[in-house]
Design a protein around this ligand. Sequence first.
Ligand SMILES: Cc1ncc(COP(=O)(O)O)c(C=O)c1O
Length: 424
Amino acid sequence: MDDGSLESARHRDREDSLAPFREEFYRPEGGIYLDGNSLGLLSKRAERSILETLEVWKRLGIEGWTTGPSPWFYLAERVGELIAPLLGVTPNEVVVTSSTTVNIHQAIATFYHPEGSRNKILADALTFPSDIYALQSQIQLHGYNPDECLIRVAGQDDGMLDEEELILSMTNEVALVFLPSVLYRSGQILDMPRLTRAAHDRGILIGFDCCHSVGALPHAFDEWGVDFAVWCNYKYLNGGPGSVAGLFINRHHCERMPGLRGWFGSHPDKQFDMEHIFSRALGAAAFQLGTPHVLSMAPLVGALEMFRDAGIDRLRRKSLDLTRYLMFLVSERLDGMGFTMGSPVADDRRGGHVLLRHEHAAGITKALKDRGVIPDFRGPDGIRLAPMALYTSFEEVWHAVEIIHQVMQDDSYRRYPNIRDVVS
Ligand SMILES: Cc1ncc(COP(=O)(O)O)c(C=O)c1O
């Protein structure tokens, strides 16, 4: 049993086979970075792949599209290949393209075919706002009223979703289900295989927003039969601010005509024929729209090599060890200070971060940032703490909890306004 001491945290670090990866990252000096679930840190390998891309642009100009170590014309598929094992799918089912929000539009435009009374999309009330905006606008584009056709299953008092309720809501009026894999606030993992089975048993297609699960835990989308998924690459995968996002289209649907079409979805042999008839690329590549954002994709080549080398199962084991340890220290050191645990305690229900709830969460977050601990605030009362398997040490988790203890004990958090910043 861990005695909660600094020495035992150091012991954990000495036993950690992933510890060497930490040295590959640029970490804020003197800080403890616990915000990798919003923006992952820059690694030396990602930096190298950006610089290589700049060098190709510098030396080859437009020839970089087809020559050089990683021709830009095929980069979206190449990066997709590196991500495919993280999703448990084959490479041609994945493409790296656009932003998460644009990919949601693409997926819904492709898979939402309302017919008669089966015209509703099932989502949840706790999901990320951009997902809801995209669903509302797609429903509207089909001539329906989002107030009637978008079902949002409410969360429970503890901030979690009840899968039973989600399944009960899969009625014969539902044309499509779109849910998060891991909830961005609580970190709850939804049981994706169960929900997929339930949707398919009722003749409904289902997709997931995996922004908070890709790179944090393994997926087996092909085995589970998930129809489509979207995610961003700037959180757990460390692709950099605004890095290009991802789209998975199950191979059973790869022949579908993309709901939104653009010339980079063309078959590469036909693209420069400049015809006005769209001949689709094979697989998920057909769902691309315009010219790939090469500079925003480049860091992923280096960043993803680390996932290949570390292995997602090993990363998940360490991530669980880190969050379990963090929850243990919270219960030991912060008891009676007004915190409640906002994340599932069971390992198989918890993603890669821990949510602490407190009525002064915004003020506490500011006090922590001033002391070098970087979490983020999610209203109305949440502090998200995300120790990253590739670069957070157990010792850092230990110090972070000690610093939270200090700002609570000396009341210094009360000196900060309890309101969120513009970007929180
Ligand atoms: C769960 C979730 N979905 C969607 C988005 C939006 O992603 P993007 O800004 O890349 O469109 C985010 C961004 O943080 C997110 O966390």
